[in-house]
Structures are given as C-alpha cells and as structure tokens.
Design a binder for this molecule. Structure first.
Ligand code: ATP
Length: 133
C-alpha cells in the first residue's frame, strides 16, 4: 500500500514516527489533508490535533502545539515546541493547566500577560480534546 512516513519532533526528541495512509491537520491557512505523493509544502500549524489514518484504517491522534509541517512526497515532518500522542497525555495535568489559564484570564489583573494565558489555555484544551477522543 502507498503510505506516508510521518515524523513528529520536538526539542525533547521524537514523539512519533510511523507509516500512515493520510494526515489531516489544521494549518494557519486552514485544514490540510496530506496523502502520499503530495507536492512539497511548508506550513505553520495551529495548536490543534493532527489526525493520522493508519494502514488498518484506525486513527492515531497527536496534540501538536503549533510549529511547522514540512511535506515531501513520501515523508511528512512536524516540528513543534511540544507534542504528545493521545496515550501520553496526562489529563489531570491538562485540567490543572486549563484551570490556571482560565483563572488568569478571568482575573482582570493588568499584570497578566493575556496572550500567554490564551496560548496556555489553547494547549490545555487541545490536550483534553485529543485525550478524550
Ligand atoms: P503545563 O503548564 O502543565 O506545564 P504547558 O502547556 O505549559 O503545560 P508545554 O510548555 O507545552 O506545557 O510542555 C512542556 C513539556 O510538558 C512538553 O514536553 C510537553 O509535551 C509536556 N506536557 C505538558 N502538558 C502535558 C500533559 N498534560 N500531558 C503530557 N505531557 C505534557
């Protein structure tokens, strides 16, 4: 079968490398679906789930914290500051991070870095979504 090697790499090392039928993700410009043989492409990613269709037709999910997608005809590399496969997500930790970020955003404290808190909230929500699917 025609497949695509997908590698997800962070500063802590490789999170995943496997062969898949298809990759779906949300780039800053919109949804992307990548099949084997796709033309070369580099795209910035949003904080979102990357969905990977396995050869057995099942699906693997990775919570990716932004970064970049690089597509070559037989290989896709995702480089991100952090990324976790669904089974590695600590749900309680993500719940705590979500709560912390939500409290900061609700505090109306002028010293709070709102953009930073929004990003922390997005990372936590993304992890919770991926872990729950
Ligand atoms: P926290 O406030 O809980 O540290 P964060 O969003 O600030 O969350 P990051 O800076 O994105 O965390 O990631 C730091 C490291 O911790 C990365 O290696 C990331 O994969 C890991 N990590 C963060 N949250 C979780 C989680 N809920 N489950 C598993 N690994 C996590």
């Amino acid at each position: 079968m025609n497949t695509l090697t997908v590698s997800v790499v962070t500063p802590d090392g490789q999170v995943l490398e496997n062969d898949y039928q298809m990759l779906s993700c949300k780039a800053e410009g919109g949804e992307l679906g990548i099949l084997p043989g796709h033309i070369p492409l580099v795209a910035p990613l949003t904080i979102n789930a990357v969905r990977l269709k396995r050869e057995d037709n099942g699906e693997d999910l990775v919570a990716v914290n932004g970064g970049f997608l690089e597509v070559r005809p037989d290989k896709v590399t995702i480089l991100a500051q952090s990324a976790e496969v669904a089974n590695d997500i600590d749900v309680e930790r993500a719940e705590r991070a979500k709560e912390r970020a939500a409290q900061l955003l609700e505090s109306n404290n002028p010293e709070v870095d709102v953009e930073r808190a929004k990003l922390a909230l997005s990372r936590a929500m993304n992890r919770l979504n991926v872990a729950q699917r």
